[in-house]
Design a protein around this ligand. Structure first.
Ligand SMILES: Nc1ncnc2c1ncn2[C@@H]1O[C@H](COP(=O)(O)OP(=O)(O)OP(=O)(O)O)[C@@H](O)[C@H]1O
Ligand SMILES: [Mg+2]
Length: 268
C-alpha cells in the first residue's frame, strides 16, 4: 500500500471535523493512558492521561524533554510494557486483554523495534543478525535467508550480508538493525532515538531509509530529541510532564534524499 500526500492532508490531526471512516483507520489508538512506576516507597507518574491516534502510513516524531514519558509510551505501544490505566487498541485489539503468548506473537509479527544502541550480535554476520527474529516463526531456513536478504536490500545493504558488525560503520549497523526490525514484515516500526548515536550526515541517511520505507506504506513512530530530524517526519507529537502538549503536522517537510545532496560525504 502506498500513502499519498493527499491522504495525509486529509488526515491532518488539527482538522476540526475528522470523518468517522478516518477515525476507524487508526491502527494505534490509546485513550487516557496513565502509567505509574512503583519504586519501593515512591511512585512515578510517567504518563498522565495520554490519548493518541495513529493511522496507517503516518510518520510521527515523538519529542519532549528527558523524562517526559516518550519511551514509556513507546514501550506500551510496542507491547513491551502495559499501562496502569486507560486503553490501548492495536488494529482494533484491546492489548490489555491479551495473554502473554498472543502478546509475544503480536510483538513479533506486527511490530518492529529500533533503538539508539544497535544491539547487534557481534559474532554473527549482518544476514544472521537480520534473520534472528524469524527464528520465532515457522519459516524454514531458505525462507529465513530470503527474507533477511530482502530486508537488507531494502535498507541498501544487499552487498554487506556477510559483514560482521565490527566491519560496518555506525550508520550501516543501524541499517542492519532496521532490516532486523523489518524481517517479519511488521506494519509498524517503533524507533526510540534511532539517530541518537550517529553523526549528522549518517542521521540523514537513516532518515532517507525511513522515508523510503514510509513511502512504501510502513507506519513509523520515532522518538527524537532533534528538531532537524523531526523535520523529515509528517507529524510531531510533543510531550511534557507525561502529557501530550502539542500535536501538529510538519510544515515544509524535508526530503532526506534532497538534503543528502547538500551534505559533504564522509568516509564510510
Ligand atoms: N522502569 C522504570 N522504573 C521507574 N521509573 C521509570 C522507569 N522508566 C522510566 N521511569 C520514569 O518515568 C518517567 C518517564 O521516563 P521515560 O523513560 O518515558 O522518559 P523519556 O521521555 O523517554 O526520556 P529520555 O528522553 O531521557 O529518554 C521518568 O521520570 C523516569 O524516571
Ligand atoms: Mg527515552
Amino acid at each position: 500500500m502506498t500513502v499519498s500526500e493527499t491522504k495525509f492532508v486529509e488526515l491532518n490531526p488539527s482538522d476540526a471535523v475528522v470523518p468517522s471512516s478516518v477515525v476507524g483507520d487508526a491502527i494505534i489508538r490509546v485513550e487516557n493512558l496513565h502509567k505509574y512506576y512503583e519504586m519501593g516507597e515512591t511512585r512515578v507518574h510517567a504518563l498522565r492521561g495520554v490519548s493518541l491516534r495513529i493511522r496507517a502510513g503516518e510518520f510521527i516524531a515523538v519529542m519532549g524533554a528527558s523524562g517526559s514519558g516518550k519511551s514509556t509510551l513507546m514501550n506500551i505501544i510496542g507491547c513491551l510494557d502495559q499501562q496502569t490505566s486507560g486503553e490501548y487498541f492495536l488494529e482494533g485489539t484491546d492489548v490489555a486483554k491479551l495473554d502473554k503468548h498472543s502478546l509475544a506473537g503480536i510483538r513479533n509479527r506486527k511490530l518492529g523495534f529500533v533503538f539508539q544502541g544497535f544491539n547487534l550480535i557481534s559474532r554473527t554476520t549482518a544476514l544472521e543478525n537480520v534473520a534472528l527474529p524469524t527464528l520465532y516463526t515457522k519459516m524454514d531456513r531458505p525462507e529465513r535467508v530470503r527474507r533477511a536478504s530482502e530486508a537488507l536490500a531494502l535498507v541498501g545493504l544487499g552487498d554487506r550480508q556477510d559483514h560482521y558488525p565490527s566491519q560496518m560503520s555506525g550508520g550501516q549497523q543501524q541499517r542492519v538493525a532496521i532490516a532486523r526490525a523489518l524481517v517479519n514484515g511488521p506494519s509498524i516500526l517503533i524507533a526510540d532515538e534511532p539517530t541518537g548515536n550517529l553523526d549528522s550526515r549518517t542521521s540523514v541517511e537513516i532518515m532517507d531509509v525511513l522515508q523510503n520505507l514510509n513511502r512504501q506504506g510502513l507506519t513509523i513512530v520515532m522518538v527524537t530529541h532533534e528538531p532537524d530530524i523531526a523535520q523529515f517526519t509528517k507529524r510531531v507529537v510533543v510531550f511534557r510532564d507525561g502529557k501530550i502538549r502539542r500535536d501538529e503536522p510538519v510544515a515544509d517537510r524535508w526530503d532526506a534524499n534532497v538534503v543528502l545532496k547538500t551534505l559533504p560525504v564522509l568516509e564510510d
